[in-house]
Design a binder for this molecule. Structure first.
Ligand SMILES: CC(C)(COP(=O)(O)OP(=O)(O)OC[C@H]1O[C@@H](n2cnc3c(N)ncnc32)[C@H](O)[C@@H]1OP(=O)(O)O)[C@@H](O)C(=O)NCCC(=O)NCCS
Length: 193
């Protein structure tokens, strides 16, 4: 069985590359299946995300990867959660959601988290995950897809551009230290009493 921990050995990377082609023709040594995420996948997806979503990818940390993020999305949007499964090992995932705006006829699909095990990147797995998620979102009425990522995350920027995402809009994230507010101090005092 293919090992996913650490760097994939060169020969297994090559096997994967060729097996993907072979798989498309119904054969191949390593089956990579894109399937709906199940309850049993929760811990694997969380653990894989912990390895992928490192602070250098999200320097501002306006979004954080934690177990609640996975559990909440799976509970609320399970039909938009997919995993890439290589012989019973989760090697990638796409977690999305549908956004319906009031007073707007547009329904948006949001790619909330997309990640592939570093040992398996560059083999089209993210594309397959994104295609499957897109299909599910269109099925539920999405007319536009949204994704956000840090501009320094060149791999993701290149990937999404190639997949047809454009119109990058700059966001400015501002912060305020809440520990200086009366509400925060009051809450602290109450917690102490
Ligand atoms: C962004 C990310 C999801 C892309 O995953 P991936 O599986 O490597 O993506 P793909 O394989 O579909 O495409 C990536 C590259 O592989 C190449 N590729 C795809 N299929 C290939 C194949 N069969 N053989 C060789 N190369 C291939 C693509 O041309 C592309 O190359 P390029 O980006 O240099 O032009 C991955 O880098 C990742 O997990 N990053 C960290 C998390 C992240 O930033 N997520 C996005 C925001 S939530």
């Amino acid at each position: 069985m293919q090992q996913v921990n650490g760097e994939a050995p060169k020969e297994s990377s090559e096997a994967l590359r060729s097996s993907e082609t072979e798989n498309e023709n119904g054969g191949g040594k390593l089956d990579i299946e894109i399937r709906e995420m199940s309850l049993d996948d929760l811990s694997s997806v969380f653990a894989l995300g912990e390895r992928i979503f490192t602070p250098d990818l999200w320097p501002t940390l306006y979004r954080t990867w934690d177990e609640y993020e996975v559990v909440d999305l799976f509970a609320s949007d399970g039909e938009f959660c997919f995993v890439a499964d290589a012989e019973d090992t989760v090697i990638g995932f796409a977690l999305g959601t549908l956004i319906e705006k009031r007073k707007s006829s547009w329904t948006y699909g949001h790619v909330v988290w997309l990640g592939v095990d570093p040992a398996y990147q560059g083999y089209g797995i993210a594309k397959r995950l994104l295609d499957r998620l897109t299909e599910a979102l269109i099925e539920e009425g999405a007319r536009m897809m949204l994704v956000d990522t840090d501009p320094d995350n060149t791999a993701a920027m290149r990937f999404f551009k190639r997949e047809g995402f454009g119109k990058a809009v700059d966001h400015v994230y501002m912060s305020k230290n809440l520990t200086n507010t009366d509400q925060y101090r009051r809450r602290k005092r109450e917690a102490r009493d």
